[in-house]
Ligand binder design. Structure first.
Ligand SMILES: Nc1nc2c(ncn2[C@@H]2O[C@H](COP(=O)(O)OP(=O)(O)OP(=O)(O)O)[C@@H](O)[C@H]2O)c(=O)[nH]1
Ligand SMILES: [Mg+2]
Length: 739
């Protein structure tokens, strides 16, 4: 992997410092230990900066121009854009040295599970009592699925097939199978060079995209920072629930979202709902809005401006000061492509048409320029925020430590070997209390981790059990769900069994929508609240020990000053590391296994059910005023619904328990451990960077008695340069704090 130098001032200062520590080591090879520590810290920070990615999700309603905007930013046709709902899978796009597409496919077990789950909603005798699940790699199973999907029962059950999630999923899996079979078996596919274009088909055709787990595209884009990732998302109002679930999961990892609004459509109800969701995920203050102007659609520049003003007004209740830029993404893209020399004649004609009105194109150009500035600034802010919290304090401590050592070495040069030894011994004694405080900090944090972990477990249990009492919760949904009875019973010819399947199918779809959306949003909000609390607690617990540590450090510095080595005791920073990138908030994905069939059907077929219906029929025959057939059916279905509710309630309970365990053991406990360890490591590093290795230094000095003058000259030249780097880092830290 090629290592790119991270941009920004911090990276430059790290390079400087690395050179200076090298120089220091050349002067005192016997005191190499300390220099090694500094270099280790600096190199680690540097690697970390180079690997760090700022993620930006490009979101908005379907067909608002999200893919076009990503293309405009990249300056080329990277993603497929056009009519019809296109983006079926999030494509992550990153600038990189070479063209490459990495497509990761779903695990075959996951695919089989999703197919099985959807099949549960298909009432067909051919599916009952099958010894093993349907496997698309078997031709006879594919034939069966094709026959099932085309069959009478499926047709009547899925009358509005285009919007039925199970139907869409099964047909997509079946249609795409032959084309991706090999790729799925391999797990992933890497495309390079001209082959890269092929990825477009995979991510835009639902039947292929359904097999994908991840799509990452790398392309040269010299005017974008190498640490940027743009996520081209599916439309937020896409009718397929799996699209929204994917977008939500991606947004959780993002630092910023660009919200695209089509000037043709403006803001609609679905936008406000999505904005609310973005806010609940904590992205409210990290949104940039693009009003994507369809230049042909607006009379003149004033018209465009009026629209922008209206959109801004409409956004204000949701986002207090919306950052909105208005321009045509397509125009930007075409202009950039023209510069690169590759426009089709009709595209030229389109540009010419737009450019006939310089008022509108001028407005669009200014909007794009404004957006670029704003975008850049927001990205830099994200990076600065992260660095201010982690990398910078560490680098600053190295600079301080080095400056101090250089200063002390200059003063020590005049003394003789006996004096060095005495000095080293006295300071060594002063370090003992520091070591003691470090030990008690370690113990305190260890104890706190256990206690905080236990408290978090309790809170997860409470959160999930509250679900039972909350309105809009999964459990109350299950307990109170009512279908649209009118619609369900509309066709008097429909057999009862089919109605039952339809009833359950609608129930399932609503439930999955609630689980994938509202429930998971509640989980995210809950997790974020706990994280804030956890960080606060760790701070509160460590604070007294930090004070003790600083007091001991002050005494240490007092001693060094008395020994003729002046220095200011530093302010230590309690660093809580960011949540590790590999730790993802678990989201619930509910599955309803075949058991339900029996729950409902059992009632219909049960002795009670059969007897009841027989009795009603007898009563009718005897003219005893039986229930009319429609009422009777409704009553049967209500009873079956009660049986299903009971079964789903139980199933949900089991899955929520399982989900709670994942939250506890795969998220919160590792997080507690990681944060506590992070606090300690960061303090250790700061202290090791700072506390002069006097023993090494005095040894080094006594070895080089002969070349005292040469050393003095080199130290005199080194000192101001180190101080300069330290000063620059200090002002960088101050600037970040202000920013
Ligand atoms: N006139 C005009 N057309 C545009 C503009 N931006 C995008 N389009 C067109 O609008 C259509 C949809 O654009 P896409 O970028 O595919 O939209 P999307 O939001 O990614 O769509 P989905 O991914 O399907 O939700 C394409 O045909 C674009 O060429 C624009 O600024 N002006
Ligand atoms: Mg798109």
């Amino acid at each position: 992997m090629s290592v790119t130098t991270p941009p920004g001032e911090l990276a430059g200062e790290i390079t400087h410092l690395l050179e200076l520590t090298q120089e220091w080591q050349g002067l005192f090879p016997q005191a190499a230990e300390q220099a090694r520590h500094w270099r280790h810290v600096l190199e680690e920070v540097r690697t970390h900066l180079a690997e760090e990615v700022v993620r930006v999700a490009v979101v908005g309603a379907v067909k608002s121009g999200k893919s076009t905007l990503v293309n405009a930013l990249m300056g080329r046709e990277v993603l497929k854009r056009g009519a019809g709902i296109l983006t079926a899978m999030i494509t992550r796009v990153r600038p990189g040295p070479e063209e490459r597409a990495l497509l990761r496919f779903k695990d075959p077990d996951l695919i089989a599970g999703e197919i099985q789950q959807a099949l549960n909603f298909l009432p067909d005798a051919r599916l009952e009592n099958r010894p093993e699940p349907l496997d698309l790699s078997r031709p006879q199973d594919r034939e069966l699925l094709a026959a099932l999907l085309a069959g009478q029962e499926a047709a009547s059950l899925w009358a509005n097939g285009s919007l039925n999630q199970n139907y869409v999923l099964l047909s997509a899996y079946l249609a795409g199978f032959s084309q991706v079979q090999e790729a799925v078996a391999r797990g992933q596919v890497e495309l390079t060079g001209p082959e890269v274009q092929r990825h477009q088909e995979l991510v835009t055709r639902e039947e292929l995209a359904i097999y994908l787990a991840d799509a990452l595209l790398t392309l040269p884009a010299p005017d974008l920072p190498p640490w940027l990732e743009l996520g081209d998302c599916q439309g937020s109002d896409s009718p397929l629930p799996q699209h929204l679930t994917q977008v939500l999961a991606y947004l959780l990892k993002c630092d910023l979202a660009v919200y695209v609004i089509s000037s043709r459509m403006g803001l609609r109800q679905a936008d406000f709902q999505f904005l609310q969701e973005l806010r609940r995920m904590g992205l409210g203050e990290h949104l940039l809005f693009v009003l994507n102007l369809d230049l042909a659609d607006h009379k003149d520049a004033a018209d465009c401006e009026a629209l922008a003003a209206r959109v801004r007004r409409e956004l204000t209740p949701w986002v207090p000061t919306p950052r909105l830029c208005a321009f045509s993404a397509l125009e930007v893209l075409l202009k950039r492509r023209r510069e690169a020399g590759g426009l089709e004649p009709q595209e030229e004609a389109l540009l010419a048409l737009w450019q006939a009105d310089p008022g509108k194109t001028g407005l669009s150009r200014r909007g794009w320029e404004e957006f670029q500035l704003l975008f850049r600034r927001s990205l830099e802010e994200v990076r600065a925020r992260r660095q201010a919290g982690g990398a910078l304090p560490q680098v600053l401590m190295v600079a301080r430590g080095l400056a101090e050592q250089v200063e002390w070495a200059r003063r020590l040069l005049n003394r003789d070997a006996g004096a060095y030894r005495e000095l080293a011994a006295r300071l060594q004694a002063r370090r003992q209390p520091l070591a003691a405080v470090r030990v008690s900090l370690h113990q305190t944090l260890e104890g706190a981790s256990r206690h905080l972990g236990a408290e978090l477990k309790r809170r997860v249990d409470a959160f999930l059990s509250e679900q039972g009492s909350r309105e809009a919760s999964l459990i109350s949904f299950v307990l109170h769900y009512e279908p649209d009875w009118e619609r369900l019973l509309a066709n008097p010819e429909e057999p009862l069994r089919l109605r039952l399947y339809r009833l359950f199918q609608e129930f399932q779809q609503e439930l999955l929508k609630l689980a994938g959306g509202e429930f998971n949003l509640q989980v995210v909000e809950f997790v974020r609240r706990q994280e804030d609390w956890l960080r606060q607690e760790l701070r509160r617990i460590s604070e007294p020990l930090m004070v003790a540590l600083e007091e001991t450090l002050t005494l240490y510095y007092r001693e060094t000053s008395a020994l003729g080595l002046p220095g200011e005791p530093p302010t230590l920073r309690l660093e809580l590391p960011p949540t590790p990138a590999g730790l993802e908030i678990p989201l619930l994905s509910l599955t309803l296994e075949p058991g339900w069939r029996w729950a409902g059907e059992v009632w219909l077929r049960s002795g009670v059910g059969v007897l009841e219906r027989l009795w009603q029929r007898l009563k009718a025959k005897a003219g005893w005023g039986s229930l009319e057939p429609r009422r009777q059916e409704e009553r049967d279905l209500r009873r079956a619904l009660a049986a299903i509710r009971h079964w789903v309630r139980e199933e949900l309970r089991v899955q929520l328990v399982d989900f709670g365990e994942r939250l506890k053991f795969r998220y919160f406990l590792p997080l507690v451990q990681d944060l506590a360890r992070g606090v300690e490591e960061s303090l250790d590093r700061q202290l090791t960077s700072l506390l002069t290795d006097l023993e090494g230094l005095t040894q080094a000095l006594s070895h080089g008695e002969a070349d005292r003058e040469g050393r003095r000259r080199r130290l005199d030249s080194l000192a101001p340069r180190v101080r300069l780097v330290e000063a620059r880092l200090t002002s960088l830290a101050a600037a970040m704090k202000r920013g």
